[in-house]
Design a protein around this ligand. Structure first.
Ligand code: NAD
Length: 264
């Protein structure tokens, strides 16, 4: 990173962008970056959620700006990054985290429009964000990007073809971006959350009880993760402590993808 500080996990004087910051993992990451001294730009389409995140950070004496941005639309991503450049004059870290699950259907029945939407919001958005973030990061001498994938990027959850395909592709994009930018001192990595107790998962479980039953029973930790436990890995990946970590993923899933079985 272009860090002037030698204190690990210190984001003082850093400008950080978090997408999907109006809820769940993104909100907790935004709070954590702000608590470590960063000026955090929070982007989301959920204005109410953004206002809540802003209020939480402000109450904790953190520095925050909010931006209504649909990260699947190129003009909106481009104007967000222009705004950050104009106002803050730099960007040091980006957590590209906004995402949706889409409905649960077998491949033969998966609605085409839903498939396109999930790919747009989960995959195209990460491409667009990096496209407009990278020039700013490089101009500042380097930085870090973390893209949110999912355990669905390394497994095959039935009923979630669009989600799994989009998240597998996020890992591919992450590795290409890491390769292309390592020499420019921009590190790019991925966060791979497992079952995390956020509004997204609560909505999915209400619609699809099998999702809750099978998902939770597959976790060795016997519980879902808290958004703050998952966000912590993204913050670490973007910190100076992770200065030699590039093109990797950190799986934070309570052991869900260990793939073994317990000894009795
Ligand atoms: P969440 O629903 O609490 O938060 C996601 C946020 O993204 C919401 O505030 C939503 O408004 C925003 N968003 C959706 N579409 C957007 C768009 N087009 N532009 C801008 N913002 C948009 O969910 P979460 O669980 O915190 O999810 C965060 C990320 O973590 C997602 O990428 C998700 O796929 C991933 N993830 C979550 C889990 C989990 O169990 N919760 C597991 C694996 C991966």
């Amino acid at each position: 990173m272009s860090s002037t500080s030698t204190v690990p996990n210190d984001f003082r004087d850093k400008v950080v962008l978090v997408t999907g910051a109006g809820s769940g993992i993104g909100r907790e990451a935004a709070r954590s970056f702000a608590a470590r001294g960063a000026l955090v730009y929070c982007a989301d389409i959920n204005d109410r959620g953004l206002a809540e995140t802003q209020s939480l950070i402000t109450k904790a004496s953190g520095k925050v700006q909010i931006a209504h941005t649909d990260v699947s639309v190129e003009e909106e991503v481009s104007s967000l990054l222009s705004r950050i450049d104009k106002e803050a004059g730099r960007l040091d870290v980006a957590f590209n985290n906004a995402g949706i699950t889409g409905g649960a259907h077998r491949i033969e029945e998966y609605p085409m429009d839903d498939f396109d939407k999930v790919l747009r919001v989960n995959l195209k958005s990460v491409f667009l964000c990096m496209k407009y973030e990278l020039p700013l990061l490089k101009r500042g001498g380097g930085g870090a990007i973390c893209n949110t994938a999912s355990v669905a990027a390394i497994t095959g959850p039935g009923g979630m073809c669009a989600y799994a395909a989009s998240k597998h592709a996020v890992l591919g994009l992450t590795r290409v971006a890491a390769m292309e930018n390592a020499a420019h001192k921009v590190r790019v990595n991925a966060l791979v959350p497992g079952w995390t107790d956020t509004p997204m998962v609560r909505a999915e479980s209400a619609q699809n009880p099998a999702f809750a039953k099978h998902g939770l029973s597959a976790i060795p930790a016997k519980r879902g993760g808290q958004p703050s436990e998952v966000a912590a890995a993204a913050v670490w990946l973007c910190s100076s402590e992770a200065s030699y970590v590039m093109g990797q993923m950190i799986v934070v899933d309570g052991g869900m993808t260990i793939g073994g079985f317990e000894f009795e």
